[in-house]
Design a binder for this molecule. Structure first.
Ligand code: HEC
Length: 114
C-alpha cells in the first residue's frame, strides 16, 4: 500500500515537470556559427538560469515547444512580468540573453522532453 502511494507521488511529479535534455558539446557545435565563442559552460549557465527563473509563475516550458522567433518575443515579455512582480530588475541583460540562447539552442536538441 505504502509502495503504491509513493509510486503515485513520483508519477505525479514526473507528469508535472519537463524533462530537460542535458546539454552536450554537439548542441554547442550546432549553434557555433550563430553564437561565435559560445561554450558548453555558457549553455549550462543558461539552463540553470532558465530552471531558476522560468518556473516562478508556471511550470517550465519545453524549449522545443516554441519557434526561435517566438522565444525572442516571449523571454523579454516574461522578464518584464518578473521585474514588475519583484518591483526591480531581476536579471541582467546578459542573463536574459543567456536564457534565450539556451532555449534557442536546446529547442532542436535530439533528446528533448515533452
Ligand atoms: C512573473 C511571472 C512569470 C515569470 C517569472 C515567467 N512567466 Fe511565463 N507566463 C506568465 C504568465 C502570467 C503567462 C500567461 C499569460 C501570457 O501568455 O502572457 C505566461 C506564459 C508563458 C508562455 C506561453 C505564452 C506564449 O506566448 O506562448 C511561455 C512559453 C512562457 N510563459 C515562458 C516563460 C519563460 C521562458 C520564462 C523565463 C524567462 C517565464 N515564462 C517566466 C508569467 C511568468
Amino acid at each position: 500500500m505504502k509502495k503504491l502511494f509513493f509510486l503515485g507521488i513520483i508519477t505525479f511529479f514526473a507528469a508535472c515537470s519537463v524533462k530537460l535534455a542535458t546539454p552536450i558539446q554537439a548542441d554547442v557545435d550546432r549553434v557555433s556559427t550563430k553564437y561565435p565563442g559560445y561554450s558548453l559552460a555558457d549553455l549550462n549557465e543558461g539552463k540553470s538560469l532558465f530552471e531558476h527563473n522560468c518556473n516562478r509563475c508556471h511550470h517550465l516550458k519545453n524549449p522545443a515547444s516554441r519557434s526561435e522567433d517566438k522565444w525572442e518575443k516571449i523571454v523579454p515579455k516574461m522578464m518584464a512580468k518578473l521585474n514588475k512582480k519583484e518591483g526591480h530588475p531581476v536579471l541582467t541583460d546578459k542573463e536574459q540573453e543567456s536564457i534565450l540562447r539556451y532555449l534557442i539552442t536546446m529547442r532542436t536538441a535530439s533528446k528533448s522532453g515533452t
